[in-house]
Design a protein around this ligand. Structure first.
Ligand code: ADP
Ligand code: MG
Length: 228
């Protein structure tokens, strides 16, 4: 019910981002602690409630790739929160003066250094139905095009095959002396995304990029979806 209400808040073009975070949570997909704020003061308050440095991101339906315009700042200390807020908003304005800026997201830092950035999502295909996709995420997603697919509803076995099916899967299992990531949590996330695809026909497309996978589990750091 709540989920449906969230989907109804999509704009005319059907796009949703951070607003849809509760949808992931409702499906048991972990997300970092975070809040969207509308002023530097509020940003400071939220940052104070989060342990350690925070990540701050511009929230605007007109800005699809936040980092392309310098709209993502990682490692922000408490002292810098105010300045970074102003900076993010002014970057958005200079990128597109009439951009609809909804605010700034203040988010807990997820350990991407000892984790692997992956992508999990789905799209609708006229021929195959709901295509669940898994692959390497972050900056690598376009470079390597290393992805695997399943058709919703994916079974546990299929989800496992998807996760083990990318060329880079040794990375997940601890290549180069790094700790193996919790692949069980990644598999579970693929299944949950598959369930979302089946339960909400009005969602045309969903992308979690990155889903950070580490030895401690997974965390959905960025989310984008399109509704009918
Ligand atoms: P966009 O895809 O719109 O550019 P993201 O939210 O995906 O924005 O952030 C871009 C990159 O910044 C991520 O791929 C990740 O490397 C880093 N990042 C974003 N959020 C966090 C976070 N909470 N903790 C650590 N790194 C983050
Ligand atoms: Mg992203």
């Amino acid at each position: 019910q709540k989920a449906r209400r969230i989907l109804e808040t999509a704009r005319d073009d059907g796009r949703l981002g951070v607003e849809a975070t509760p949808l992931l949570e409702a499906y048991g997909i972990p997300t970092p602690e975070s809040d969207v704020v509308g002023s530097p003061n509020e940003a400071v308050q939220v940052a104070e409630g989060i342990d350690g440095d925070v990540v701050m991101k511009i929230v605007s339906p007109d800005i699809l790739h936040k980092s392309d315009i310098g709209g993502v700042r990682v490692g922000v200390t408490q002292d810098d929160v105010r300045d970074v807020y102003e900076d993010l908003v002014s970057r958005a304005r200079s990128y597109q003066p009439d951009a609809d800026v909804l605010g700034v997201q203040v988010q807990e830092t997820v350990g991407v250094d000892d984790g692997v950035e992956t992508i999990v999502g789905f799209s609708r295909d006229p021929q195959f139905g709901s295509l669940v996709v898994f692959g390497l995420g972050g900056v690598f997603v376009e470079v390597f095009e290393d992805t695997s697919f399943g058709i919703a509803p994916v079974t546990d076995t299929e989800a496992r095959e998807m996760v083990d099916g990318i060329d880079a899967s040794p990375l997940l299992h601890g290549a180069r002396g790094s700790q193996p990531v919790d692949t069980e949590a990644v598999v579970e996330t693929a299944e949950r995304v598959s369930a979302l695809a089946s339960d909400f026909p009005s969602i045309l497309e969903l992308d979690i990029n990155p889903l950070v996978a580490s030895a401690d589990g997974v965390s959905a750091v960025d989310l984008r979806l399109t509704v009918d």
